[in-house]
Design a protein around this ligand. Structure first.
Ligand code: HEM
Length: 136
């Protein structure tokens, strides 16, 4: 026989709306997003290498695309995603050793990840342009 008693008010399990969004949470999501973006960046890298092996006309196409404003923006984003994801990987490595879980340490690590990735990306691009003798 079915239970005819009135339904009991049970506590709900916590869900996303209950939590305050923290920088650590956002950076966890960004780590996954940059990881997914790296798949597309790797395709670009493969296109560049395959074109180099095909010969001058194929390579000229890659050079044209990578040299365009859109191409440069994509390459800049790829550089940032790669560095951000790599630094994030090192952050996870530190956590894997059991360190850096205190509230201030967590915050410090994610901020270092974010600021470090932006700084290193800009430095790398400035050095790249200097090596080429300035913007073209
Ligand atoms: C082109 C190179 C790479 C690609 C395509 C890539 C892709 C990804 C993707 C898609 C994820 C998310 C997986 C998920 O959440 O289910 C991920 C996670 C991760 N990646 Fe990468 N990755 C690359 C390079 C690296 C490098 C260089 C490092 C370390 C220096 C790294 C460290 C990690 C770590 C530690 C995680 C797991 C984070 C977690 O526990 O949530 N990855 N990667």
């Amino acid at each position: 026989m079915a239970d005819t008693k009135a339904p009991v008010e049970r506590p709900l399990s916590p869900h996303l709306q209950v939590y305050r969004l923290t920088l650590t949470m956002v950076m966890s999501i960004v780590h996954r997003i940059t990881g997914a973006a790296l798949y597309f960046g790797t395709l670009l890298l493969a296109w560049w290498l395959v074109a180099a092996s095909y010969g001058p006309p194929a390579y000229a196409d890659v050079e044209w695309f990578m040299g365009s404003i859109v191409g440069r923006l994509i390459l800049f984003g790829y550089t940032w995603a790669l560095i951000h994801h790599m630094l994030g990987g090192l952050r996870y490595l530190i956590w894997d050793t059991g360190h850096g879980f205190g509230p201030s340490e967590r915050e410090w690590l994610v901020r270092a990840n974010l600021i470090g990735s932006i700084g290193l990306t800009i430095i790398l691009w400035v050095l790249g342009y200097l090596a080429l003798g300035g913007p073209r």
